[in-house]
Design a protein around this ligand. Structure first.
Ligand SMILES: *Cc1c(COP(=O)(O)O)cnc(C)c1O
Length: 235
């Protein structure tokens, strides 16, 4: 079954991504769109897949596993939510990129589980730029030291940074959050550390992705603007 509203939403999102990319001197192809599929059923995920979106983001391990079983290797899976150390073993063989590494202990566990299956796991370091207490992530001041330590773990590959900005009615109010993470990203990129390649800057969600792209994001994670408002009573 073809879901026309998803097609319409997706076309709208893609044209907004293109416009924001061009504003920052880049092309639509320079920005990777991850469809955030939490609470979205498999049929609707299949329809975005059929429209050519191959990257799916889930924030919960259990939900990712259920969908992985039904869609398996057709898609590339991204774990974008907080990850507990004891759940790493369930996903390390299934996901392409873990966006939410925020502790040494977690990095070490990913390294250890990945080495058991002979994989080099791609990860991003989650940074809590705004310092909101409700958000996970390491502080901007700690990023350098943190990356230096985890770059020693041979079975993980540090591929970039991720943040979740505070919710803002007026997204101009959070432009500085994205600016700040971009400058940290560039700073680390220039250091050319072993086992660290700053390829991905994952920032921007439905509410704020245009500003994030204007400030240098090259990965955006979008749920609501593709699938519609989700039913939070189920979350
Ligand atoms: C839910 C979620 C998103 C997508 O949010 P929308 O507002 O629905 O676009 C992006 N990133 C993370 C980490 C999420 O949990």
């Amino acid at each position: 079954m073809i879901d026309l509203s998803i097609k319409e939403n997706l076309d709208n999102v893609l044209s907004r991504i293109k416009a924001a990319a061009e504003k920052s001197g880049r092309k639509a192809e320079d920005i990777k769109l991850i469809a955030v599929t939490k609470t979205v059923d498999v049929e609707r995920i299949k329809s975005v897949y059929n429209y050519g979106i191959l990257d799916m983001g889930e924030n919960r391990v259990q939900e990712l596993l259920e969908k992985y079983d039904k869609l398996s290797s057709e898609c590339r899976w991204h774990l974008i939510g907080h990850l507990q150390t004891n759940k790493v073993k369930y996903i390390v063989d299934k996901v392409d990129l873990i966006h939410s590494v925020d502790s040494i202990q977690l990095a070490k566990e990913i390294h250890s589980r990945a080495s058991k299956i002979g994989k080099k796991m791609n990860i991003l370091v989650q940074v809590n730029v705004s310092g909101e207490e409700s958000k996970f992530g390491i502080s901007p001041q700690e990023v350098n030291e943190f990356i230096k330590i985890i770059s020693e773990y041979g079975n993980i590959s540090v591929r970039g940074l991720m943040t979740i900005a505070p919710y803002a009615e007026n997204t101009e109010d959070i432009r500085d959050v994205f600016k700040k993470l971009y400058s940290i990203y560039i700073d680390i990129k220039q250091k050319k550390l072993d086992n660290v390649s700053m390829d991905y800057l994952s920032m921007g969600m439905s509410n704020d992705f245009e500003v994030a792209i204007e400030e240098g994001a090259n990965v955006v994670r979008i749920g609501t603007d593709i699938f519609g408002k989700r039913d939070y009573t189920k979350v």
